[in-house]
Design a protein around this ligand. Structure first.
Ligand code: OGA
Ligand code: MN
Length: 251
């Protein structure tokens, strides 16, 4: 790795094409300024949004494969970014809570995170896709989701995140959680599964999601307890929350 700097791609992306980010090394450029980002090319059909809304309504969570929807090059672009952030030590120890309440407790969570700023083409494409999901869920479930926050996360070998929910009841902040996984050839022996607990009986495991490339987990932030089991190899993901409040809190 020659350089830790993420620099703009020079020149135009071919019409409708996703960024060519196949082989990233230290001197490969990763991003374009916001005004040059290509229009959305990730199809979000009404039928697919119906499926998401039904999953959230019926059981409060679901897991889906979105490899076809997002396409390999966008997924690869996101993976390349998080890898670079990781190897350049640009990710920070994750905490619990926010602003003045932020606690970093390594007995609860050990991942490292970097907030998405929407400054690169892969991030912009993904955020547009997520915005379609946000609006689609609002149309179906009347959740009043106003904005999205999202961070990359890296769990190194041995890292975990103990059972938790993503939002304090009644705070109406994080309403729906979505996690996108970015790991090729993840086997169950690699650990790092997302374990989902029943919203009704908190000790009952009702699902396990392997953090495989292009898989998402979607769940109601306040209702669904979940846990990241210890990973046995480096695990990359991107977590996103659809929020009801308008004003960003301090990170
Ligand atoms: C989180 C979280 C789950 C995962 O970041 O709050 O629960 O599978 N992540 O990475
Ligand atoms: Mn969580």
């Amino acid at each position: 790795m020659k350089s830790s700097v993420i620099r703009p791609i020079r020149g135009r992306l071919p019409g409708g094409a996703r960024p060519a980010l196949g082989a990233v090394s230290g001197d490969v450029d990763l991003c374009v300024p916001a005004r040059e980002a290509p229009a959305i090319d990730v199809p979000v059909s009404e039928a697919w949004l119906d499926t998401l809304a039904a999953g959230l309504t019926d059981s409060g969570w679901m897991s889906l494969d979105v490899r076809e929807k997002l396409g390999r090059s966008l997924l690869q672009g996101l993976l390349d970014e998080v890898r670079i952030l990781d190897v350049t030590e640009s990710m920070k120890d994750a905490g619990i809570g926010r602003g003045a309440d932020l606690i970093r407790d390594r007995s609860v969570r050990r991942d490292k995170i970097a907030w998405l700023q929407g400054a690169t083409v892969p991030q912009q494409l993904l955020l547009r896709f997520l915005d379609e999901v946000r609006m689609g869920l609002n149309r179906r479930l009347f959740l009043g989701l106003k904005r999205i926050e999202s961070h990359y996360a890296t769990y190194h070998s041995g890292d975990f995140y103990r059972r938790h929910v993503d939002s304090f009841a009644g705070r109406a902040s994080r309403v729906v959680s979505l996690v996108l996984y970015l790991n090729d050839e993840w086997a169950s022996t690699d650990g790092g599964a997302l374990q989902i607990y029943s919203r009704d009986s908190q000790n009952k495991v009702c699902g396990t999601v392997l953090p495989e490339m292009g898989r998402i987990a979607l769940f109601m932030s306040e209702d669904i307890p979940h846990e990241v089991l210890p990973a046995n190899r480096t695990r990359y993901s991107l977590a996103c929350w659809f929020r009801q409040d308008e004003v960003p809190l301090p990170l």
